[in-house]
Design a protein around this ligand. Structure first.
Ligand code: HEC
Length: 136
């Protein structure tokens, strides 16, 4: 009787693991911005000079991890876990401006959050620049 229950438990455990690993495959690394973030819109949208300023900020603050073209292959990338995200991947491309802005602001280890070091305007400039990288 007891072995039967143990067996059922093991089967259940495997089923749960299978569901979880399938889920993480679909979701990538599973870092999702809260739904409210999607409501934020980029006040600098379509302003060419915003992306230009964003490029400078990106070189100074982000290239070391995310790489020159945002592909996640910066100098520090190999030593970091999780690896810096490829910002030109279809997954990130599909995210809203607000979600990307929220992630830049909040950060998640090993990536720092920039809400106290870069003004809101600068963080939107970065979003504008990331969109131009994705369009290439
Ligand atoms: C110390 C290395 C490091 C630096 C510097 C860094 N990042 Fe990251 N970034 C990461 C890592 C690692 C992740 C993945 C974090 C995770 O998924 O838990 C990430 C994730 C992101 C994401 C989320 C992608 C997504 O949608 O899932 C964005 C956007 C991003 N970084 C933008 C930036 C920008 C813009 C800068 C510069 C202002 C920057 N990062 C600086 C390491 C870094």
């Amino acid at each position: 009787m007891k072995t039967k229950r143990n067996f059922a438990f093991v089967v259940l455990l495997f089923a749960a693991l299978l569901v979880l690993s399938g889920y993480s495959l679909i979701q990538g690394n599973g870092w999702e911005a809260p739904p409210e973030a999607d409501k934020l819109t980029n006040p600098l949208q379509n302003k060419v000079e915003a992306a230009r300023s964003g490029k400078k900020l990106f070189s100074k603050n982000c290239v070391v991890c995310h790489g020159n073209q945002g592909e996640g292959n910066g100098m520090a990338a190999i030593s970091l876990h999780p690896h810096p995200t490829n910002l030109v991947s279809p997954k990130v491309e599909a995210e809203s401006d607000g979600a990307i802005f929220w992630k830049i602001s909040t950060g998640r280890s090993p990536m720092p959050g920039y809400s106290s070091t870069l003004s809101e305007e600068k963080r939107w400039q970065l979003v504008s620049y990331i969109r131009t990288l994705q369009a290439k």
